[in-house]
Design a protein around this ligand. Sequence first.
Ligand SMILES: C[C@H](N)C(=O)N[C@H](CCC(=O)O)C(=O)O
Ligand SMILES: [Mg+2]
Length: 363
Amino acid sequence: MKITEIRLGMISVPLRVPFKTALRSVSSVEDVIVEIHTDTGAVGYGEAPPTGAITGDTTGAIIGALQDHIIKTLVGRDVDDFEDVMKALNGCIVKNTSAKAAADMALWDLYGQLYNLPVYKLLGGSRSKIVTDITISVNDPEEMATDAINAIERGYDCLKVKVGSNPDLDVARLMAVRKAIGDKACIRIDANQAWSPKQAVKLLNQMQDKGLDIEFVEQPVKAHDFEGLKYVTERSYVPVLADESVFSPEDAVKIMQMGAADLVNIKLMKCGGLYNALKIASAAEVYGVECMIGCMLEAKVSVNAAVHLACAKQIITKIDLDGPVLCSEDPVLGGAVFNEKEITVSNGPGLGIQGIEGIRYLD
Ligand SMILES: C[C@H](N)C(=O)N[C@H](CCC(=O)O)C(=O)O
Ligand SMILES: [Mg+2]
């Protein structure tokens, strides 16, 4: 199966409501689509969101990395030489993990089609259903309480509550959400790097003292501050999950060796796709550190690839794949079925995507 052409395009999908974190606020998904064509007629699909605030990858940078490095490296190669192809993809440019992730998942899609197996089965997985949380954007406490009630009415039983924008309000935010939903859902929180280490310990222990029952906190301190993360992990009653601190498998190993976090968040857009995500999962197995699978604000093409990984790896015990349910429409034909919190993986070959509506091709 030889790669003959790689086409790029864009999709736009409006969100149901604006998505707000301590790092950014957005109202639609505007993602780059990658289509890898082959001499057998098989097509592999990938998607890359420009999450400049986290990955540094803008739309222009994603397109540039693909056009100037990745496409030139991949066209003409045989998908069956999979390890060679993956090494070439990862070696052709440093960083640019979102562009690499889009190409990586399109290649896995083709590899599965070549051997007529869904990717999660190719990876040895057997679970076909997973359950995601849903994100509550950071707003004033009353609005967050209303959003939490709406999420419960949609059937969610785990909320990922964003905090950190004006931290003085954070305890009040969590009190309002917990009061509104009672014990109908678990609450995990994500500070997106907003707190100092000491502030994090103080706020988390206040939340614990008030009986708010927080499952874990995601990325309380700056991404580069591994010592600060360890400080919080050692002193907080609330378990700590490393998100923006873990991009590469090397980051993951360092965090685990240091004991800087209790849990690790794997995102395809941070690590460059399934090939590297599998290395993080293996390291986590060795260290006995459970993982969350997360996403950026993404449509279903790329989240679908993360679903396959989650269905394959038992070390992934927490699911934050709510990108598609935050969107007001789904332009993707085939792939996983998202029925609110319940996600069912596709059993079609590869990643199971049959097409994408409304692509604006760049060529
Ligand atoms: C969408 C997902 N639930 C989420 O919250 N991801 C964020 C980053 C998303 C973004 O800014 O695009 C996270 O876990 O930090
Ligand atoms: Mg996060």
